[in-house]
Ligand binder design. Structure first.
Ligand SMILES: [Zn+2]
Length: 277
């Protein structure tokens, strides 16, 4: 039986991170992710980058400091989008793309909602601005099921904020190591890097690094990816065409896809078909 329950390399699990606002602590955070071979999505609001004053992330750092990671939109002035007219919401989102993309050098397709809030119009504004997913600030620690539908991607709820990540990470690692009957899944952690410097925060740099190290030690079965890589991978699995007898699988996308076939993992390379015996 073919199941779309594998990530690249035939891994059963995936892990992604999302950090907001382009604060100065992002520089230290991205080094940590690089040290452990992890990928993060950094959500930047371009209004904060209009001048070179202040200590926050600058435009010229986007293609260098964050190489290998994703830069996503966060709305130009970090507004409550749901309180704005549709046209103004669109303007807030497209401005991020117009300002950030020339420095990032890639096409921006994702965003995190400022304050985690949005309205029905926000989805229209995003669609018009070419944005395919939106990250909320809701937590979804009870399941590691990744989004499957467009609606779920537009209201993408992370597993947990990093301050509450200890238990979900423990359960996730237990699944990876000791629960081969589990279906696999995605661990999604979000936050702001400045919180690691906040005296009142329960999770500081040291605790966060320990968490990363414990996840990196299980990289044999965890795929570390940015938000948009997760999106593109799931969309690619959904695009696989299967012959009526179930033996031929064709991948029309530019992303390699892995599926399970009983005890075996099968790779269906981009733009190729595979025959399963
Ligand atoms: Zn923010």
């Amino acid at each position: 039986m073919i199941l779309f329950d594998r990530y690249p390399g035939g891994k059963k699990y995936a892990c992604t991170f999302s950090y907001d606002d382009g604060c100065k602590q992002d520089r230290r955070l991205v080094e940590l992710f690089n040290k452990y071979g992890m990928k993060c999505t950094f959500n930047m609001f371009s209004g904060s980058m209009m001048s070179d004053s202040g200590e926050g992330i600058k435009k010229h750092e986007l293609s260098t400091l964050f190489a290998g990671h994703e830069i996503a939109a966060h709305a130009h002035n970090h507004p409550h989008l749901e309180r704005m007219p549709l046209a103004a919401q669109y303007d807030q989102i497209i401005k991020d793309r117009q300002i950030l993309e020339p420095h990032y050098g890639k096409i921006i397709r994702g965003m995190a909602y400022p304050f985690g809030t949005y309205s029905e119009d926000t989805f229209t504004a995003m669609k018009t601005a070419g944005i395919v997913y939106g990250r909320t600030v809701a937590s979804n620690p009870s399941t590691f099921a990744p989004p499957a539908t467009d609606t779920e991607f537009l209201t993408w709820a992370p597993t947990t904020h990093h301050n509450e990540a200890a238990m979900p990470v423990k359960r996730f690692i237990y699944n990876v190591e000791k629960a081969p009957w589990r279906a696999g899944g995605l661990l999604y952690i979000w936050g702001h890097a400045y919180e690691f410097d906040n005296e009142a925060s329960p999770v500081k740099w040291e605790q966060f690094e320990e968490m990363l190290a414990s996840l990196a030690a299980r990289s044999y079965d965890i795929w570390f990816a940015t938000n948009i890589e997760i999106y593109d991978y799931i969309k690619a699995t959904q695009a696989i065409r299967i012959s009526a007898d179930g033996k031929m699988l064709y991948n029309p996308t530019d992303t390699d896809v892995w599926v399970s076939n009983g005890a075996e993992n099968v790779k269906i390379p981009a733009a190729q078909s595979v025959i399963i015996e």
